[in-house]
Design a protein around this ligand. Sequence first.
Ligand code: THU
Length: 132
Amino acid sequence: MDYTELVKKSLEFREKAYAPYSNFKVGAAVLMDDNKIYGGCNIENASYGATNCAERTAIFNAVSKGNRKLKAIALVGDVSTHTYPCGICRQVISEFSDKDTDIILVKNENDYLIKKLDEILPGAFTKNDLEK
Ligand code: THU
C-alpha cells in the first residue's frame, strides 16, 4: 500500500494545529474504506483537559461525514522521532478499526513506521466486552 498521500496530509494538517500551551503540534490523516482522506490537528484549550488530539480530530471529522471504517491513520508529532498515539486516541482508533488497519507513525515524508492496533493496544476493550 502506498501511503505517500496520507503521510503528506498528516504533515499538512500539522500546520493547522492550535497548540499555544504545549507548543507541540500534531497532525493526523485517516484513510477510510471508501478511500477518502480526512485530516485533523490537535486543538488545545486554556482549560488543558479540554484539548483534543490530532488523531481524534481526524477520526471525528471522518465519522461526522458518514465514514466509520478506518483503513489507515497517519500521525506526525513535533519531534525528530516517531510519535505514537496517546492512550485515549488508541482507544478511539480501536472503535473504528479492525485487525488490518494500519497505524502509520510519521517522522517525515520519507520515514515512517507501520503498526497494527494489536501491537500498541493489546487486549483492547471493545463493544464485544459489553455483551452480558
Ligand atoms: N497530542 C496529540 O495530538 N496526539 C497524541 O497522540 C499525543 C498528544 C497533543 C495533545 C496536546 O495538544 C499536545 O500533543 C501535547 O500533549
